[in-house]
Design a protein around this ligand. Structure first.
Ligand code: PLP
Length: 405
């Protein structure tokens, strides 16, 4: 196969596909596949259809090649949570606007972000953090301060409700004090990751309304955070347009000035379709497959929160056996390296077979380690479609087929 390297040093060849990579190369280590066209499509969707500003939550997948694709597709603002993320985005995208949206920051990190990297937007959920920001920026008068409200995660697969956010009834003083030092005052929240219904945002916006009314402050920014879903087996959400409509309607009815801005911080929804991996089955024991990536690789969520990712067998000729449920063991010598699934695959699967595990662009590659000497950095660009998509009508059907298995 003809091989090239693109500007980022990644291997690329015209017409590359998951099947082609697995069957032509028979790779010994896992291979990460990336799909720039899928990330660009997701970014354009948010840029064009979200009724406000979409900033990318960098923690979902911090790879510079992805940051560049999002930038090229119109995403100009980036939600960062650590000084290293600030530096990474600044280095990769010198023109980008960075917003430091972690409500508990090191004072030194705030100072460096502000004075060395031009970061002017910060989130907070306590008076202590407000004081910290004021000290670290030496009473700066050009800050956008976003007060993080605690909202319910009941509609989401992954809760973000206990750690951060000011509780109902306690936001009044913080909003009032932040208003006094902020150039622009914002309210933000996070409904939890993979929110399965737009109602999650409607409920949270009701909390925003109560907080504004109680504090009687002028609010310049309403930031609905992340939580926008992607599609996985057994977790097929309604179309994103419905989320956008719900948010738009709620935003329009808030008691805020008509010049107020609406922001969102999508992570998962922008990058889930960006990457997948090819793994090899090294052993089969009944309904358990021993594969060469796992909990310490790109499959942390599959192991620790029983997330189900779409899987497919890459074999020539195709198997005609009926699908059955499998669980996976990863390659390390650790019982925890186990992924319950169920992962539906043809019943005749055997050692030496290759699998594609899809939708790993969000919180997959970001969590990889080299524990026990396993894992691999090999990354290849492919041009075939992701295993499921929220952004292509035809792929919605593919996604629902995945779900029905
Ligand atoms: C993790 C996180 C996000 C992204 O969440 P997704 O569910 O991936 O969209 C956005 N904002 C904040 C503050 C976060 O912590």
């Amino acid at each position: 196969m003809q091989q090239h390297h693109n500007a980022l040093g990644l291997a690329t060849a015209p017409g590359n596909s998951a099947r082609g990579i697995a069957l032509d190369r028979r790779p010994v280590a896992p291979v990460t596949l990336i799909r720039p066209h899928a990330a660009a499509r997701a970014a354009r969707f948010f840029v064009e259809k979200f009724p406000g500003r979409s900033m990318y939550a960098v923690k979902a997948n911090p790879s510079p090649d992805l940051l560049q694709i999002l930038w090229d597709s119109g995403v100009t603002h980036y939600d960062v949570a650590s000084l290293n993320e600030v530096r990474l985005v600044r280095r990769t995208l010198p023109q980008a606007t960075l917003c430091f949206m972690h409500p508990v920051k090191a004072e030194e990190a705030i100072a460096q972000a502000y004075f060395e990297h031009g970061v002017k937007t910060f989130s907070l959920d306590s008076i202590e953090e407000l004081d910290k920001i004021v000290r670290a920026t030496r009473n700066a008068s050009d800050l956008t301060l976003c007060v993080r409200l605690r909202v319910s995660s009941e509609h989401s697969k992954l809760s973000l409700a206990s750690k951060f956010g000011v509780a109902p009834g306690e936001s009044k003083e913080l909003l009032f004090r932040a208003r006094q030092v902020a150039d622009a005052l914002g309210i933000c929240f996070h409904v939890g990751s993979q929110a399965m219904t737009p109602q999650a945002y409607a409920d949270a916006m009701e909390r925003v309304r109560q907080a504004i009314v109680e504090a009687a402050v002028t609010v310049d920014v309403v930031d609905v955070g992340g939580g926008f879903p992607s599609t996985y087996p057994g977790m097929e959400p309604p179309p994103l347009e419905l989320y956008f409509e719900t948010i738009h309607r709620a935003f329009e009815s808030l008691p805020i000035s008509y010049s107020a801005e609406l922001w969102a911080e999508p992570g998962r929804a922008l990058c889930a379709e960006y990457s997948s991996i090819i793994v090899r089955v090294e052993k089969r024991r009944g309904e358990e497959l021993y594969i060469n990536d796992g909990a310490y690789g790109a499959l942390f969520d599959a192991a620790h929160i029983d997330w189900r990712f779409p899987v497919s067998l890459l074999r020539e000729p195709d198997s005609h056996a009926k699908d059955m449920p499998f669980s996976f063991y990863g390659p390390t010598c650790d019982d925890l390296d186990y992924m319950k699934g169920p992962f539906m695959l043809p019943a005749d699967i055997r050692a030496g077979d290759y699998l594609e595990i899809g939708m790993l662009g969000a919180y997959g590659s970001a969590m990889r380690t080299a524990f026990n000497g396993f894992g691999s950095d090999e990354t290849v660009i492919v041009e075939d479609e992701p295993m499921a998509s929220l952004y292509v009508a035809a792929d919605r059907e593919v996604a629902s087929n995945v779900v029905k298995l």
